[in-house]
Design a protein around this ligand. Structure first.
Ligand code: FAD
Ligand code: FES
Length: 250
């Protein structure tokens, strides 16, 4: 799907634990791939365009789930129903949908959003593991009913199992993860030790969002010497954000 610049009408902005879900009306056909993202801004605020995975989809609507961490997310969370949301997307390359199950989806902190549509579209046994510091960080677990089995792990034990989500994972399955870099490393190591495949959705601070500024690069594990410096890195916004774990150095 080619990325487009569009304005979508805001329908709802609601708190989901420590995060905010912003739902907008989407005119026409919008068929992003799980793991793809959009650059979002309040109209006129193009300098504050911020990359965001899409979260839930229904006919004619799409939502984004995010944590307010600075000016851009604060402004997005301040939008009210009836206002416009400026979107550029869908952007990037998402998760594969053809790998063998069982499928083990792992979301830490604000890494849960890309897992919703992934859980909806994978076939076979799907388990979503959601980790966070406390109950407020994992509230999105309540928004997966009917899609997949959900397991919750919190560091303070206020909901679900107590500990780190990466310590509770099963050994078998294809792993799909999104979250802080430490969690991604742990999932990659866990999968490698068990001889399983892992796909990681990376985050990077982004400039353009579509491959032009080279502001979001990640080192490749197997550089292509024929391409010089360009062969040593991949752009998270264009070649990613999802990479097979063995292809990148975190
Ligand atoms: C492909 C992609 C998908 C994303 N999806 C989501 C999502 O679904 N939900 C969500 O909550 N967040 C998501 N993020 C992170 C989100 O883009 C940042 O939190 C946001 O850009 C911060 O903007 P701000 O203006 O509010 O904060 P800023 O004022 O720009 O920054 C505030 C703090 O957050 C840090 N920060 C800013 N951008 C990022 C980033 N990209 N990664 C890590 N730290 C950052 C800054 O270093 C600073 O410490 C995603 C990022 C990427 C690259
Ligand atoms: S953000 Fe500009 S190349 Fe990725």
């Amino acid at each position: 799907v080619r990325p487009r610049l569009a304005r979508w009408r805001v329908l709802k902005v609601e708190a989901v634990g420590a995060m905010v879900e912003l739902t907008a009306a989407v005119p026409g056909e919008e068929e992003p791939w799980p793991g793809q993202f959009y650059d979002l801004a309040c109209p006129g605020d193009w300098r504050l365009r911020r990359p965001m995975s899409y979260f839930r989809r229904a006919p004619g609507t799409m939502s984004f789930l995010f944590r307010v961490v600075g000016e851009g997310t604060r402004r997005l969370a301040g939008l009210t129903p009836g206002e416009d949301l400026e979107v550029l997307g869908p952007l990037g390359r998402g998760f594969p949908l053809t790998a063998q199950g069982p499928h083990v989806l792992v979301g830490g902190g604000s890494g849960v959003p890309p897992l919703w549509d992934l859980a909806r579209r994978l076939e076979g046994q799907v388990t979503v593991w959601i980790g966070g510091r406390g109950a407020a960080d994992v509230a999105a677990a309540d928004l997966f009913p009917g899609l997949a089995e959900v397991q919750v792990v919190t560091e303070d034990g206020s909901r679900g199992l107590k500990g780190l989500v990466t310590e509770a994972l099963p050994r078998e399955g294809t792993f799909y993860a999104c979250g802080p870099v430490g969690m991604l490393r742990a999932v990659a190591t866990h999968a490698q030790r068990s001889g399983q495949k892992a796909y990681l959705a990376l985050e990077a601070i982004m400039g353009c969002g579509f491959g032009a500024c080279l502001g979001c690069t990640v080192p490749l594990a197997h550089p292509d010497p024929r391409q010089g410096a360009y062969g040593r890195y991949a752009r998270v916004c264009l070649e990613g954000p999802v990479f097979p774990a063995e292809e990148v150095v975190l």
